[in-house]
Design a protein around this ligand. Structure first.
Ligand code: IVH
Length: 671
């Protein structure tokens, strides 16, 4: 095939894949199976690897490829990104409508009504249909360049869809809201709780924290999405109305919110507002109201703006799901990882149908930032419609009898001193024998997604640990029926049931076993990666940091936490004790792979692939990779300008191969 044909083939594959991304991520209605999609993707990856001269940052293969940045650069918006004035009630909307009609000198106006999504505004720039720049709103005039992070959001087109009668403008600036769904937010926090990372207060903070990551891999791992709703500068197309613009957006492949409606008068506006309000809780992302926009673009231009808001639009907000309460006390809980978390004990209050009695205050910095004192009157909401959160203090209601809260210097459970590592917001009890930590670890170990020991609830764990019967998770497998039957509220039958449940949990897949160990920063996903990479627990226990870092998605922090965990004699004994008691970890029956047992080191620059791609390839064939040359290494693959590693390999008599030989080898092995 000649090069132009190859280029055409690559282009057409990219278009095809982007179209299927659009079907899946924008329309939510795929037309091919996952395996067909994977096949197209593999074909494209192969061609791009073979012909790197045709690589493009907008290729669907590059959505998570970019390297971490040192810092974000700034971007000046061609047209400032304004904010919206608010209407809090019907009267203010009537006022808005009157003002608009008076300024334009007309009696009838069409409005477009949209939902107001609670996320963060971004701008996407397309030149001749290609995505070239993405930025945050910033202060409205200057934002940050987050192009490579936005590429990871699959519902953002990297290239505008082409179809008949649809013009591709020379320059197109589209604005929209990046958000995280309620379910995704709760799941992310659940994972962070497990890995001991600070929780996000609400979906908006989670979305904004995720998009402002220097490492696009982190952004890619967060489930973000976008709705597009406004324009910046557009050159090369003549539009008459906002509705027409939204229709174009859909045709170009952007996600536009389905609850958008053309309203011809106030009556229709109030009707749509009430409708949206009635379904608010069922909508899978947070909205804090609606937005009313004048439909005709010439009218919009005529109306212009006052201060930093357009005169042609207004946010018609919902009353927040917020209620008043009083902080009766602040207690401190100790989690599985030793993290001390202050929790507000509230006067019970009904928020949108749910009674709330406590709310996490996250950490001492949060308490300081929100200026919270014991005895304060506060506004409480439910973040992600679920998690109780103190929004702010009503300082006007202070009487002087409020008390400042101080985080304890000693663990409230075991009395040992606590530490707050530099740069971290959280104090931790570092006594791994602290009963609170032991209890937390056991509850995690027994939880459904870990070893799934039915019936081993919090109350029971409290008794087992307080009585000194269980000191670590391995003790569970040595419990006798008699021991259990002696506990409070434990009948003979339930003791037997629990023993059965513990026995049943002896056989669990490797990934769940790893997850159950409760290694810091190792959630379900990382556990699965580790189970795929290592044959058995013994291999994982001796894994080196540099080897772990080579696993895609595992960073230095996670790697060192894994090594630290298995380095601890006590943890190793616990695992051994479990195995002695008959715990059988189930390993995947994997067919032997062509490069099983071999270890590769890559050095120098390869022409056809990045080092990470090459590593991934040999790993998928069963081999391992390392960053340093030692006697254990079977092959050193030397690219251009290979340095000291090559010298060392030669000295040690290790087989050195060049890129050509390497390619021959992996082709033979089946890639
Ligand atoms: S239009 C000039 N439409 O609300 C008008 N904004 O306070 C530009 N937002 O910064 C914004 N949903 O982050 C518009 N359907 C929607 C919106 C929306 C959410 C946010 C956006 C903006 C803020 C304005």
């Amino acid at each position: 095939m000649d090069k132009t044909k190859i280029k055409e083939k690559i282009e057409s594959l990219r278009r095809e894949i982007e179209y299927h991304n659009y079907r899946y991520y924008v329309l939510d209605s795929p037309v091919i199976t996952d395996s067909e999609y994977d096949r197209l993707m593999r074909e494209l990856i192969e061609l791009e690897e073979k012909y790197p001269e045709f690589l493009s940052p907008n290729s669907p293969t590059q959505r998570i490829g970019a390297k971490p940045l040192e810092e974000f650069s700034t971007v000046a918006h061609t047209i400032p990104m304004l904010s919206l004035a608010n209407a809090m009630n019907k009267d203010e909307v009537i006022e808005f409508d009157k003002r608009v009609k008076k300024l334009l000198g007309v009696h009838e106006i069409d409005y477009v009504m949209e939902v107001k999504i609670d996320g963060l505004a971004v701008e996407l720039v397309y030149i001749n249909g290609e995505f070239v720049l993405g930025s945050t709103r910033g202060d409205g005039f200057v934002g940050e360049d987050i192009t490579q992070n936005l590429r990871t959001i699959k519902s953002i087109p990297m290239r505008l869809l082409e179809s008949e009668h649809v013009v591709i403008p020379e320059r197109l600036e589209v604005r929209g809201e990046i958000y995280m769904g309620k379910k995704e937010f709760l799941e992310l926090n659940r994972q962070r709780e497990i890995t001991g990372e600070p929780l996000f207060a609400n979906p908006r903070n989670a979305a904004s924290g995720s998009v402002r990551q220097l490492d696009p891999k982190i952004t890619a791992s967060r489930k973000l999405n976008i709705f597009c709703y406004a324009m910046g500068q557009i050159i090369g197309i003549d539009l008459k109305t906002h509705m027409e613009f939204l229709d174009y957006l859909k045709k170009w492949g952007f996600r536009v919110n389905p609850y958008t409606k053309l309203c011809r008068n106030l009556e229709e506006i109030f009707e749509h507002y009430n409708f949206i309000k009635s379904i608010r809780d069922e909508i899978p992302y947070e909205i804090d109201g609606t937005v009313i926009k004048v439909n005709r673009l010439d009218y919009q231009a005529q109306l212009g703006q006052v201060s930093r808001s357009p005169r042609w639009a207004i946010a018609y907000k919902f009353e927040a799901h917020e209620e008043q309460s009083i902080i009766k006390d602040i207690i401190v809980g100790v989690g599985r990882t030793g993290a001390l978390t202050p929790v507000a004990i509230l006067d019970p209050v009904n928020i949108g149908g749910v009674v709330v009695e406590r709310a996490t205050l996250h950490n001492e910095d949060e308490i300081k930032r929100k200026d919270i004192m014991i005895g304060d009157h506060v506004i409480v909401t439910r973040a992600g419609d679920v998690i109780p959160e103190v929004v702010r203090v009503i300082t006007e209601k202070r009487t002087g009898s409020e008390r400042t809260f101080f985080m304890p210097d000693k663990c409230p459970v075991c009395g040992e001193p606590v530490v707050r590592p530099e740069g971290e917001a959280i104090r931790r009890c570092v006594n791994i024998n602290c009963p609170a930590q032991i209890k937390g670890r056991i509850i995690h170990f027994a939880s459904k997604r870990a070893m799934d020991i039915e019936g081993l609830g919090e109350k029971l764990v409290d008794q087992l640990v307080d009585k000194g019967i269980v000191k670590d998770v391995s003790d569970l497998y040595y419990l006798t029926k008699e021991q259990l039957a002696n506990l409070e509220r434990m009948a003979d039958k339930s003791a037997q049931n629990l023993i059965d449940a513990i026995n049943n949990s002896k056989k669990r897949p490797f990934n769940r076993f790893i997850y159950a160990l409760g290694i810091r920063h190792v959630g379900e996903h990382i556990s699965t990666l580790l189970a795929e990479r290592y044959k058995n627990i013994e291999e994982l226990m001796v894994a080196k940091e540099d080897e772990l870092i080579n696993i895609p998605e595992i960073g230095p922090e996670v790697a060192s936490s894994i090594v630290f965990f298995f380095h601890d004699e006590k943890n190793r004994q616990t695992i051994e004790k479990m195995i002695k008691a008959g715990v059988k970890i189930e390993y995947k029956e994997e067919g032997k792979k062509p490069l099983d047992g071999l270890i590769f080191v890559f050095t120098g620059t390869l022409k056809r692939f990045t080092r990470d791609e090459a590593k991934r390839m040999v790993e998928s064939l069963g081999a391992k990779t390392s960053n340093s040359v030692s006697k254990k290494i079977n092959f050193v693959v030397a690219g251009e300008e290979a340095g000291s590693k090559l010298d060392k390999a030669k000295q040690m008599g290790i087989k050195v191969i060049d890129e050509e030989e390497f390619i021959r080898m992996i082709k033979e092995a089946g890639i």
